[in-house]
Every structure is written in structure tokens, then in C-alpha cells.
Design a protein around this ligand. Sequence first.
Ligand code: CTP
Ligand code: MG
Length: 231
Amino acid sequence: MIWAVVPAAGSGLRMRADRPKQYLPLAGKTVIQHSIERLLSNQNIRGVVVAVAAEDGWWPHLQWSAGDRIHRVEGGAERSDSVCNALQWLSGTADDQDWVLVHDAARPCLRAADLQSLIESLQEDAVGGILAAPVSDTIKRADAKQKIAETVDRSVLWRALTPQMFRLGVLRAALEQIKADGVAVTDDAEAVEYLKLQPCLIEGAVTNIKVTHPGDLLLAEEIILRELEER
Ligand code: CTP
Ligand code: MG
């Protein structure tokens, strides 16, 4: 069984918009609607648990948010807390061995083929893994004076994307552990790595961007419209 978790409780400070970025309009829908529909259109995914901020007044107004494969839980102070709350709810419904795909509400351009390839590649894996893209720029390490200390070997560097796919029990244990130890993580894999487990990197398209800064919305629109034209 495969479930999806969508952390959507951020306030989108870097976007500097009049509302949390997941509710901004994008190609005729909201950002979050694209993100969730792309998960739900994969028939392997049983349901989506969305973590929404307690004070969020936008979510209830989305017509489609009451769908029977969609469940809302309350978000937390950090992304990892939001994911944790969703996993807690899932634990009452799903098995510890079930797979969970965690996907940012702010990634509306996930390709169906990448989602399917992540699921198929990891189905038999002991740990799980993430969609990721090889780094294409030359990478420099800076010293304290912002001078180049060294050129880093980029052939071993990847950018972490989402979805990130782990077994429910393992991911819950990992997030509980980092919380107990007061460790901050920026993605789910980092929590699993903290347990000394090694997630796989599954190559996905670089167009799976996270809408973060104002210019990203135009880029996302471009990506989605281009994808529609290609069909
Ligand atoms: N998120 C969440 N709970 C939080 C913080 C973030 O569910 N306490 C979600 C966001 O809604 C987003 C995803 O995690 O879908 C990735 O986080 P990010 O891009 O950092 O979004 P924001 O935190 O909203 O943006 P910013 O950091 O610019 O404020
Ligand atoms: Mg943030």
C-alpha cells in the first residue's frame, strides 16, 4: 500500500505574496491543487494526507479539498512537525510497512513518469529514497572571506527533490528521533540518514521545481503549459 503526505502548513515568507504560496493561482488552479492532483492521478496511491496550518482560512474554500482520497491534519511549526502529524494520523489507518511518499505542496510540476519511476524503482528496496537531480553547475566552496577555497567534485552531488519515499514506521521513527535529539533537518531523507540508513537517489526532471521566490511562479506556469502542449 502506498500513501502520500503533503506538508502544506508553511506561510511562504520568501514568496512575499498576499497569501501562503500554495494557494496562489497557477495555470487555472492553485499551486497545491496541481501538487495533489499529480499524486492522486497515480492509481498506486491510496490517499493523500495534507498538513494544513491551524489558522489556515484558505484550505476549506477549495472545492475539491473534500475529496474522499484526501484527509486534512493540522500542520506544525517546522516542516518536519507537519510531516510528523500526518504520519501520526496515518499510523491509525496504515501499516508500518506501507510506503509513504512525502511531497511538498509547493512542487506543482511533478511529472507522472517521475512519480511512477520513483515508486517502481524503490518497491523492493529496504530503505526507500528520493527523486533527485544531478548538479549541473560547477560548485565552489567558499572560505570566511567569500573567496574560493576549492572546487568541489560535482559528479557526486545531487539536488534533493520530492516526493521522498519511505516506509511509514521507519520515517515516523526517524522524525521522532531527530525531534527528541533537537536536530533540525530540511528534508525527510535527512531524518532517515540520521538513523544511519542510506536512501537511494532516483533521477527526476529538474522541472520539478519548488515554488519559493516570486519568479518561480512564472517558471512553473511555463513548465505546466509546455507539458500540456506536448500531450
Ligand atoms: N511546510 C509545512 N509546515 C511548516 C513549514 C513548511 O508543511 N511548518 C511545507 C510548506 O507548506 C511547503 C513545504 O513544506 O509546501 C516546503 O517548505 P518551504 O518551501 O520552505 O515553504 P514555506 O516554509 O511556506 O516558505 P518560506 O520558507 O519561504 O517561508
Ligand atoms: Mg520554509
